[in-house]
Design a protein. Structure first.
Length: 500
């Protein structure tokens, strides 16, 4: 077991002290004294200081005691001045410990003006954050030198602790109702008149899904579930393509089952309309190649980041997600799929899945972005006559349903030999139903989409692209490519030429 980190009397990390010797952590005694002096002189300075500081923001121990005493007196409605504070300290047997009347008087003498208390508080805060960073670094260095803790656990601990410091550093104060109303009106105006009408979250590109959800909302965990070979990856990749290509929103895609190359081949098929099998086997003609070159420019410019690590644990996933957010400001993360994440060892598989789903929800909240996780359904769904999935079919853990804000099911009766949709004579061929089995903050329901199995793409309707989707490749790309193939410029690329 790792040795518990000890802290010395003045708040220094003893691990840090042992490493740096007599190094004195950053602090500003003058600023601490100025703030306390201002609080003794002016009650408004107490209010301002309370908004910015806590007892632990101070470095000097007696300054912590005085600040704590002033705050507690202020909260009880007791008048604060040098005499009343002195009396309160005497009652607590702390008067001599803080330096008595002489030190209290020096506090008032050392404050240039109480009006500048916020500036003094900022100095104290800056030094306090520096000390916290030093404590984290000292702890990590100390544990690294001991070598008793797994390095990935240390990395996760360091990132988590630094992120907590950053959250405090950039925490927001209260805001007036006028500003809140202004922001709401601005958001509503964008919803009514903007490009993404009616959406408050990340658009999926699926019209009916966005109508139900209003887009994927920040900090939400969205589960997309289906039986194997129904099209989970295809649906998730269609969403990723829509978000990154059509809306230019950065997307992080963790693929634990397929390689980045396989996913990209699917994207090329989806983007061009050329059969995925033909692209994968190289059975394309020159017109197909020209179509790929024409469409690949826009696809190559899309902010889509794929991680195809075949085995990833929660520590690695959290670290990579943080990095994607910090470096690329991803608006959404997609994970394919939940059951393939390497879990911490637990007493049962159900408990392991529970830990995974809860951690994914925590990451979504921490990064303030939606996270989509694909999930398998158990075989029970196939024992029903219509094979329609429901929440109880979520594989291995009811906690997935509990942790998820939204649960979507993909239902394709076609693959079970069901020829028509229930209650109608409409063919099920090439169509799918997306079932909203759970929405924490909205209605449930279902809608149909088109499934283009040759290109492994889900779509709102007929497969076509508007002119804006077509961006001609730079001449150098096309010329270089055909030059490598030793093809003459005057060759007539005919559709009938199926060999390549």
């Amino acid at each position: 077991m790792a040795k518990k980190v000890r802290t010395s009397r003045n708040g220094d990390n003893e691990n840090l002290v042992s490493l740096l010797g007599n190094f004195v952590p950053p602090h500003s005694i003058e600023s601490e004294m100025a703030v306390l002096g201002a609080m003794l002189l002016d009650s408004s300075a107490i209010t301002k200081s309370l908004e910015m500081l806590t007892k632990d923001s101070f470095y000097v121990e007696r300054n912590k005691l005085i600040f704590e005493t002033i705050v507690q007196m202020f909260e009880k409605g007791i008048q604060v001045d040098v005499l009343t504070v002195a009396e309160e300290l005497k009652k607590r047997n702390k008067f001599d410990l803080v330096g008595g009347s002489e030190y209290l008087a020096s506090l008032m003498e050392n404050v240039p003006t109480a009006e500048n208390v916020e500036d003094y508080c900022k100095i104290i805060l800056e030094r306090s954050f520096n000390r916290e960073l030093l404590k984290v670094c000292g702890d990590i260095i100390y544990e690294s030198l001991k070598g008793e803790t797994d390095s990935l656990e240390l990395i996760d601990k360091a990132e988590r602790m630094i992120f907590q410091i950053a959250e405090k550093r950039f925490s927001k104060n209260y805001v007036g109702i006028r500003k809140v109303l202004h922001n709401i009106i601005e958001q509503l105006s964008q919803m009514v008149e903007g490009e993404n009408k009616g959406l408050t979250g990340v658009p999926s590109g699926f019209i009916d899904l966005d109508r139900y959800l209003g887009g994927f909302q920040k900090s939400d965990l969205i589960i997309i579930a289906a039986r194997p070979s129904v099209g989970k990856t295809a649906f998730a990749l269609s969403i990723a393509r829509n978000v990154a290509v059509d809306y230019n929103i950065p997307v992080g895609f963790f693929s634990l089952e397929m390689s980045a190359q396989q996913l990209t081949l699917r994207l090329i098929s989806s983007q061009t309309g050329i059969e995925n099998h033909k692209i994968r086997t190289g059975n394309i003609n020159r017109n197909d190649l020209k179509a790929i070159l024409t469409k690949m420019t826009k696809l190559s410019q899309a902010p889509l980041f794929i991680d195809d690590s075949p085995k990833i644990n929660l520590v690695e996933l959290r670290a990579k997600a943080r990095r994607l957010k910090a470096e690329h400001n991803v608006g959404i993360i997609i994970i394919d799929y939940l059951q393939l994440i390497d879990p911490p060892k637990a007493e049962s598989r159900e408990r392991e899945i529970s830990i995974i789903s809860r951690t994914l929800k925590q990451i979504a909240k921490e990064l303030d972005i939606p996270i989509i996780a694909l999930s398998q359904l158990n075989r029970v769904v196939e024992t029903r006559k219509d094979r329609r999935p429901q929440l109880s079919d979520l594989r291995e853990s009811g906690s997935i349903e509990q942790d998820a804000d939204v649960v979507l099911f993909i239902y394709r009766p076609e693959i079970y030999g069901i020829k028509t949709w229930e209650g109608s004579q409409e063919s099920t061929e090439g169509t799918a139903e997306i079932i909203i089995g759970k929405q924490r903050n909205g209605p449930t329901g279902s809608f149909r989409v088109v499934y283009l199995k040759d290109t492994l793409r889900f779509d709102n309707g007929d497969f076509r692209y508007v002119d804006e989707d077509v961006i001609a490749p730079s001449p150098s790309i096309e010329e270089d490519y055909f030059e490598d193939l030793d093809v003459e410029e005057d060759v007539d690329f005919d559709d009938t030429d199926d060999s390549f």
